[in-house]
Design a protein around this ligand. Structure first.
Ligand code: ADP
Ligand code: ASP
Ligand code: MG
Length: 473
């Protein structure tokens, strides 16, 4: 019997109609004799609403979290009323929903009294989105005769205590899945698991980072040794660029793990950047499919980099980033400055998105998200204070209001002149390239441009990608 892990995103569980479709997809797969593990996001917009409720609670805005709670109740109740027939079980489900919403309000009351929301409380508040959606969808599945049961992923996914972007502890997670989830599967039960969530060893809820339920899907696919992971979303697959920036975007039939890793890291929202991590070693195939267009085959993601006529397969972008430059004449040949800089930035909590060094060694620059730029600058200047005092290092410059645009494609590695063509294209469109870097995997090239040039740069580079498959602008 084959086992498939299916993850459904926020839009896929965002309305009663969408949930009915999701239930159809799952039950027809089970009817075909497949064992299904279901991983869900919160209904679309719910995580944002919960985040807003706890922030407003910290400001003393009681009305905001009470009305959020009421709206969440209405949205989930609507699904239940439409898709679950009246019964004792339905009453029990509604009581369960009310109990979760009561806990949400209680946490917000505590935040209101304290006047501050800690990362731990924020994660606890955010956990309600997925805990609500899973209960509702499990009930809808039972209504259709599927033996489904909702579970909080915190029972299985054990993480460290980096609230807001917690890291799974693999061995413990695997042990819990073996000990507690496998027996559920053996009994023929279809588990409906909360995406996005884990828990620390002492049972505090954690979240894996925004958009993290894709990662959860991959964690469960790997831990249960699934034959396939299917990520069901609201587009036909992984596309040549974000269709909201360029509507000419096309679905890519095949992308390698490495390529998709770069795509996600450099801004393609369709998959969380960590999604491929758990499935890579086991070679579990990943398919991205559209809940609202089940005829479409979607994108297959696997280990091989296929021969494709596309040198540049996709173009992605990241907004709201800053370029930090460390420069100084005394840096030439001094070992360790770059290493100390990156360590200081990492210790300040800044995630480095790209690094570029001029061949003169008189400066190097790197990109972090805007929110981390000033903390990173202060931490680096502190680390390099003696070099700065000796005037070997001038200091750290911060250039905000920039963006990263990335071209991805394994074919770029063996094709001479790609970087040249890309530069010419940018020049022809009057786009100033501030910095450039090649990804370690050699299947991506990233550029820093002014934020106002982002869309023009994406469209110009997307032209190159489309040209290679014979589509002209
Ligand atoms: P879900 O809620 O299902 O996880 P997301 O909104 O997180 O869905 O991700 C899907 C969205 O990602 C699409 O609606 C699309 O607008 C956006 N997107 C950005 N870049 C790409 C890309 N290269 N391919 C496909 N979708 C992309
Ligand atoms: N609900 C979470 C979020 O909005 C996780 C996800 O959708 O993947 O970030
Ligand atoms: Mg998503």
């Amino acid at each position: 019997m084959s086992t498939v892990t299916m993850k459904f995103g926020g839009t896929s569980v965002g309305s009663p109609e969408a949930i009915a479709t999701v239930a159809d997809i799952i039950s027809s797969e089970i009817d075909n004799g497949t064992r299904v593990i279901v991983v869900l996001s919160a209904m679309s917009g719910v995580t944002d609403a919960l985040y807003n409720s706890v922030r407003e609670a910290a400001k003393g805005n009681r009305w905001a979290y009470l009305s959020c709670s009421q709206k969440l109740r209405d949205r989930h109740e609507e699904v239940i009323n439409l898709l679950v027939r009246p019964s004792k079980a339905r009453d029990a489900l509604m009581a369960d929903i009310d109990n979760l919403l009561k806990q949400h309000v209680e946490l917000c009351e505590a935040v209101n009294i304290l006047g501050e929301a800690t990362p731990r409380i924020i994660d606890a508040v955010l956990s309600f989105g997925e805990r609500l959606s899973t209960r509702v969808v499990a009930a809808v599945l039972r209504e259709r005769g599927v033996q489904a049961q909702a579970f909080d992923a915190g029972e299985f996914v054990i993480t460290d205590d980096r609230y807001g972007s917690a890291n799974p502890q693999w061995q413990e997670t695997q042990a819990r899945v073996n000990g507690s989830l496998r027996p559920v599967l053996e009994r023929g039960v279809t588990p409906v698991l909360t995406g996005f969530l884990g828990a620390t060893r002492d049972r505090h809820p954690t979240t894996l980072g925004r958009g993290g339920s894709d990662f959860s899907g991959a964690i469960f696919a790997a831990a249960t040794d699934s034959d396939e992971l299917i990520i069901w979303t609201d587009v036909d697959g992984v596309m040549t660029t974000d269709p909201r920036i360029d509507p000419r975007a096309r679905v890519l039939p095949y992308v390698s793990y490495t390529e998709v890793g770069e795509l996600a890291f450099y801004g393609a929202k369709v998959l969380h950047p960590k999604t491929v991590q758990p499935i890579l070693a086991r070679g579990i195939p990943l398919r991205v499919r559209n809940t609202f267009n089940r005829e479409a085959p979607g994108t297959l993601i696997g280990p091989n980099s296929e021969q494709s006529s596309m040198v540049i397969k996709a173009v992605t972008s990241v907004r709201n980033v800053s370029l930090l430059t460390v420069s100084g004449k005394g840096m030439i040949g001094v070992p360790g400055i770059a290493g100390r800089t990156f360590l200081a930035a990492a210790n300040a909590g800044a995630n480095i998105l790209m690094i570029s060094q001029a061949s003169s060694e008189q400066n190097f620059c790197f990109v972090v998200i805007d929110d981390h730029a000033h903390e990173a600058k202060a931490a680096i200047e502190n680390e390099l204070s003696s070099e700065i005092a000796r005037q070997d290092v001038d200091g750290v410059d911060v250039l905000s209001g920039v963006a990263i645009v990335t071209t991805v494609g394994a074919g770029m590695r063996g094709t001479p002149g790609v970087a040249g063509r890309v530069f010419t294209t940018m020049g022809n469109h009057g786009i100033n390239v501030i910095a450039i870097a090649q990804g370690a995997s050699e299947c991506s090239i990233s550029f820093v441009v002014e934020e106002r040039d982002l869309e023009a740069a994406v469209i110009a580079l997307h032209d190159l990608a489309l040209e290679s498959v014979g589509v002209t602008a």
